[in-house]
Design a protein around this ligand. Structure first.
Ligand SMILES: NC(=O)c1ccc[n+]([C@@H]2O[C@H](COP(=O)([O-])OP(=O)(O)OC[C@H]3O[C@@H](n4cnc5c(N)ncnc54)[C@H](OP(=O)(O)O)[C@@H]3O)[C@@H](O)[C@H]2O)c1
Length: 217
């Protein structure tokens, strides 16, 4: 059975864990503290879930989801993530995480910085422009009229293929917004972000094309 390592047991990490288990995956989840602090979540998730340290979750995962804001000083387990596909749910929120000059100048996206911090990994931006509860509320089977769509950006086609499969299993269509340098198009304040309540793949593609760099984070 495929194991997903999930680093971050907050709103997004826990909701992705629920969706993953509903799709038949096993999950190994970490937060920034002792694994025992995730006891209530693990009890809720049942036998397909266990808690670990961040390094343990990274090591256990066939692929890994990082649902943790990016920090100036890298706090992710670089060695254990090397060689793995890493889905980064992070959004750039300067009010929360501080200002990154290279992002604000348009030089790099927050997901390119994550890729720089994890040089051996294959990073993909994913799940960034959907509110956690909507992972269930907005899901629908493949082929449904008006199926909701999510974007993915990566420099690695195998990472885009994996996210596309995962989105489909969770109940979403995919708009490929690669490479990673394009991920700002789905960032906070952009049309694709503002339409997070509902957009089909065709609408999402239009919204990604309408993105403008001048919108502040
Ligand atoms: N909330 C949403 O609906 C939503 C939707 C899309 C994208 N996002 C983005 O996804 C990211 C996570 O959002 P969230 O709402 O889930 O945040 P959150 O509820 O604050 O959870 C953050 C999680 O990250 C963990 N964490 C922080 N530093 C860590 C480290 N060094 N190692 C391991 N775990 C660490 C925290 O652990 P502790 O509890 O131990 O501190 C916590 O479990 C953010 O960048 C956010 O912008 C959020």
């Amino acid at each position: 059975m495929t194991v997903i390592g999930i680093i971050g047991g907050g709103e997004v990490g826990s909701q992705i864990a629920r969706a993953a288990i509903a799709s038949g995956y096993q999950v190994v989840i970490a937060n920034s503290r002792e694994p025992a602090t995730l006891k209530d979540l693990i009890e809720e998730l049942g036998p397909s879930a266990r808690a670990a340290t961040a390094a343990g979750a990274a090591e256990a995962g066939d692929f890994v989801i990082v649902a943790v804001p990016l920090k100036l000083v890298n706090d992710m387990p670089v060695e254990q993530l090397a060689g793995k596909i890493v889905l980064d749910t992070n959004n750039y929120m300067a009010w929360r995480d501080g200002h990154f000059a290279v992002i604000e100048s348009g030089g790099k996206t927050v997901h390119e910085l994550r890729q720089e911090q994890l040089p051996g990994a294959k990073v993909a931006q994913a799940f960034t422009h959907i509110q956690a509860p909507r992972l269930f509320l907005s899901a629908s089977p493949a082929g449904s009229p008006d199926r909701h769509a999510l974007s993915v950006s990566s420099d690695f086609p195998e990472a885009v293929a994996l996210v596309t499969r995962l989105y489909d299993q969770f109940g979403f269509d995919t708009a490929d917004n690669s490479p990673l340098s394009a991920s700002w198009r789905s960032g906070p304040g952009q049309p694709a972000w503002m339409a997070h309540a509902h957009q089909t793949r065709a609408e999402l593609l239009v919204n990604l094309a309408r993105a403008r760099k001048s919108i502040p984070a």
